[in-house]
Design a binder for this molecule. Structure first.
Ligand SMILES: NC(=O)c1ccc[n+]([C@@H]2O[C@H](COP(=O)([O-])OP(=O)(O)OC[C@H]3O[C@@H](n4cnc5c(N)ncnc54)[C@H](OP(=O)(O)O)[C@@H]3O)[C@@H](O)[C@H]2O)c1
Length: 301
């Protein structure tokens, strides 16, 4: 794509996690094409830098900067990311919590957290919470969370949030996306009246390379399904980008979108008691206290 566009993002800063590949990379590219200053958060300094450079060249927008992380399933790494963002960006207008994954086998991080919950739920919770004051101060601002239609048919087991008693990749992933949706509604309630909106989106079934980390039969099954049914990443990024930037959605908050259509989501996702309880459980696990010292980050302005 050549030529610099003037779009709805002019003068606005957007942070996208998981922006080095898949849907997140395309969200970052489309936001940059729309004029946003974009922060590409990716695993590894070199990959984040290379992605930021490529997106800047593709869009003609020089205001694309990298921030490398190691593993957002590690809360300290989320805290380090938040500290870096707060140190380098006096205003933050859009946060896209995109990084996420599917893990066929139960894995526990060095912090003792189940990996699906840590990456898909706790990381966006903590990052949003740590950036909340900056988002409020930058309002109007928007948080866009990548949920999934996989959230249907699941319920939250508060006695076993990290699937210690029984685990399947399918259940852990679907439940995590239900939890993302519940947290979306709770954050929207907490941000009400501040000019910060929070919405969740199912991007469609997208041929992104999703779940390839599992290898073997799981990776093969996803490859085949994506080949047959998958949308291209461009189309997969459309709904998240719309939620991040469409002026028509400026005051919409606490909603779930199935691609670009507003949808009710499952009945479990509309339970305000469960939403508040999950928020409290996350805050107990990872109290959003003081953040550590900032690491270096590129500047977009
Ligand atoms: N694809 C679909 O059909 C679909 C449907 C519904 C919802 N979603 C959701 O959409 C989001 C993006 O998925 P995708 O399809 O684009 O998947 P993907 O291609 O696997 O991309 C996931 C992104 O998250 C990053 N990531 C993974 N683990 C991480 C970690 N521990 N720390 C930091 N970053 C990490 C990846 O980084 P690397 O570049 O280093 O791998 C990658 O950029 C996910 O939240 C997913 O659940 C996808």
């Amino acid at each position: 794509m050549g030529g610099r566009s003037v779009g709805p993002g002019e003068g606005r800063v957007a942070v996208v996690t998981g922006a080095t590949s898949g849907i997140g990379r395309e969200i970052a590219r489309q936001l940059a094409a729309g004029g946003f200053s974009v922060v590409v958060v990716g695993r590894g300094d070199a990959r984040a830098a290379e992605t930021a450079r490529t997106i800047a060249a593709e869009t003609g927008n020089p205001r694309v900067a990298p921030v490398g992380v190691t593993d957002l399933a590690r809360p300290d790494e989320v805290r380090r990311l938040a500290a870096t963002l707060l140190a380098h960006y006096p205003a933050l207008h859009v946060l896209v919590n995109n990084a996420g994954g599917y893990f066929r086998r139960r894995d526990v991080t060095p912090d003792g957290l189940e990996r699906t919950f840590a990456l898909n739920v706790l990381a966006p919770f903590l990052l949003t919470e740590l950036l909340a004051d900056r988002l409020r101060a930058s309002a109007p601002a928007r948080v866009v969370n990548l949920s999934s239609a996989a959230h249907y048919r699941h319920t939250v087991d508060f006695a076993d949030l990290e699937s210690a008693r029984r685990y399947s990749g399918y259940r852990a992933y679907g439940t995590s996306k239900l939890e993302v949706l519940l947290l979306t509604r709770e954050f929207a309630r907490r941000f009400a009246g501040t000019g910060v909106t929070v919405n969740a989106v199912h991007p469609g079934f997208v041929a992104s390379g999703f779940a390839q980390n599992n290898g073997g039969g799981t990776a093969l099954a996803f490859r085949v399904l994506e080949f047959v049914f998958g949308l291209g990443v461009r189309r997969g990024a459309e709904a998240p980008v719309r939620l991040a930037s469409d002026p028509a959605l400026a005051t919409v908050s606490g909603e779930y979108f199935s691609r670009t259509r507003r949808s009710r989501g499952s009945s479990a996702s509309r339970d305000p008691v469960a939403a508040a309880r999950l928020y409290r459980a996350c805050a107990e696990l990872e109290p959003p206290a003081a953040v550590p010292k900032a690491a270096g980050a590129g500047q977009t302005t």
